[in-house]
Design a protein around this ligand. Structure first.
Ligand code: PLP
Length: 378
């Protein structure tokens, strides 16, 4: 299988697998307990917290809240900020966010929080001034992603934060940095964000683990209520193995990022060259500088994406059409619609995403396999 769906999930990095193994065995403790078995687990969680904070440039380990993934982290950021201190604060976000943000915002809207969804241009990019203009004195949180999960479009998050702080200084800035972390030098200072969500399984860590950076002093209404773990910000027994595995994967990602960018840029270049040779009318949604290096989002005019995916699967290529939804169905993409793409064109769009285990020559093999499928259909 040629796996080109790293934006959906990634194979586990060996560093993560190794780091997790003891916690699936003899180090099984619940960190909240009061005995040596518990303490060993707690020490592992706190060491992971310290390292995670360092890797994202947070000032303090306690700025890191461990969650069950980025869906929970985004919900905690958006709902937690909007509902903090018993308020119904406003939410400003963009039309191309992940459902974890958009649906959390819609839920908050149903509870009485004013919600503003700002549009994007044809490249899927928001205008910082338009986001700032949508924020007012009642805005609790502004949520803008770092890189889009479908197209790979990079957003000017720091510029948005700067504009928002000038216009609505009380508003918190949240950034879903899930798809950016593997290839971009993500830091809380670089994003200038108060809240940042990450997901382990998009960067070679295990599924079902993530984190939310919460700048010191920021108060959030918890989404999960219970035993008061994570200083009351996120109740629930820690996923110790998951946390340790995520941080091992983050460490490896940060250490190898520069090499990753080079290898994956070359793999993608070769991949796209083969496709262009087979289908000169192939339309790449974004130019290289506008997207993160691991994304190749394109349209082959006249070939439906759902048909292509079935044939690609048969040819041993795992790709996707936009975002994976729970049913596995391909729905019209809200991201492409927001970019002004007609539904008929959006139905022809495919997403290929590279990752940590790819070498430049994988781009040749993958490109040839896709070219062969195009050849069969044409
Ligand atoms: N945000 C973005 C941009 C994503 O791509 C994803 C995963 O699809 C999520 C949030 C949700 O992450 P998780 O699978 O950890 O809940």
């Amino acid at each position: 299988m040629i796996y080109l769906d790293h934006a959906a999930t990634t194979p586990l990095r060996p560093e993560a697998r190794e780091a997790m193994a003891p916690f699936h065995g003899e180090r099984f403790g619940n960190p909240s307990g009061a005995h040596a078995v518990a303490r060993r687990a707690k020490n592992a969680v706190e060491a992971a917290r310290e390292e995670a904070a360092e890797l994202i440039g947070a000032d303090h380990p306690l700025d890191v809240v461990f969650t069950s993934g980025a869906t929970e982290a985004d919900n905690l950021a958006v709902l937690g900020a909007a509902l903090a201190k018993g308020r119904r604060g406003g939410i400003v976000t963009t039309a191309v966010e992940h459902e974890a943000v958009l649906e959390a915002a819609a839920f908050a809207g149903g509870l009485g929080c004013p919600v503003d969804v700002v549009g994007v241009d044809g490249r899927g990019v928001v205008d910082p001034a338009a986001v700032a203009a949508a924020a007012g004195p009642g805005t609790a949180v502004v949520s803008v992603m770092a890189a889009n999960n479908e197209t790979g479009a990079r957003q000017p998050v720091a510029k948005v934060a700067h504009a928002v702080r000038a216009h609505a200084p009380q508003a918190l800035v949240h950034c879903d940095a899930v798809q950016a972390f593997v290839s971009e030098d993500v830091s809380v200072a670089g994003l200038d964000a108060d809240l940042v969500a990450l997901s382990a399984h998009k960067l070679g860590g295990p599924q079902g683990t993530g984190l939310l950076f919460v700048r010191s002093g920021v108060e959030l209404e918890p989404v999960l209520h219970g035993g008061g773990q994570e200083l009351g910000r996120r109740s629930g027994t820690h996923n110790v193995a998951g946390i340790v595995g995520m941080v091992a994967a983050m460490r490896a990602t940060v250490a190898e990022r520069a090499g990753f960018r080079q290898r994956v840029a070359e793999a993608r270049r070769r991949f796209e060259a083969r496709i262009t040779a087979a289908a000169p009318d192939a339309a790449f949604t974004l130019d290289p500088p506008d997207r993160v290096v691991q994304h190749s989002h394109l349209r082959i005019p006249g070939l439906r994406a759902d048909t292509m995916l079935i044939l690609l699967d048969g040819a041993g290529v795992a790709a996707s059409a936009g975002s994976a939804c729970s049913s596995g169905a391909v729905e019209t993409s809200h991201v492409l619609a927001a970019m002004g793409m007609p539904a008929s064109a959006a139905a022809e769009c495919l997403r290929f995403t590279f990752g940590w285990d790819h070498r430049p020559e994988d781009g040749d093999a993958a490109g040839e396999a896709v070219a062969a499928v195009i050849g069969r259909l044409r």
